[in-house]
Design a protein. Structure first.
Length: 141
């Protein structure tokens, strides 16, 4: 049942390198870092994302964003901007939020290291990469 996930798991060396830190945290010798929320623009503070993204009935598999975020993997999205510019963007996924004007947004860090938001209704495709990332913000999927 997990065959679709196996090609996208981060390299084993990434997990192995983190084990000392995990054991230090378990033994109370290390504190977990408190990351800020990814926020940009005029967001609706009272809105929370549904727990099951597959129920959103979108044309793209949004559940891949949750999988990639949980496993700290970058995602390539095919995006069509309002100005007509379209193409692939490699991003770090952090959360799904809603703007005060009702647009559902994907909060990300782009390939230049800047926090961005992309309207979900303009995403034409999602592909999980095998490129790991170290979170800069709280992952909220």
């Amino acid at each position: 049942m997990l065959a679709h996930q196996l090609p996208h798991l981060p390299p084993f060396a990434e997990f192995w390198a983190e084990l000392d830190g995990v054991f230090a945290w378990l033994e109370g010798q290390r504190r977990a870092a408190a990351l800020p929320r990814a926020e940009l623009g005029n967001l609706d503070p009272g809105w929370t994302a549904p727990t099951a993204m597959v129920s959103w009935r979108r044309g793209v598999p949004l559940e891949l964003l949750r999988f990639a975020g949980a496993n700290r993997l970058k995602v390539e999205i095919d995006y069509r901007a309002e100005q007509g510019r379209q193409g692939a963007r490699v991003i770090e996924p952090y959360s799904i939020r809603r703007s005060r004007d009702g647009n559902t947004l994907l909060m990300v860090v782009n390939d230049r290291g800047a926090i961005r938001s992309y309207r979900v209704d303009r995403i034409a495709g999602i592909r999980v990469t095998d490129q790991p990332f170290r979170p800069r913000y709280l992952i909220e999927f």
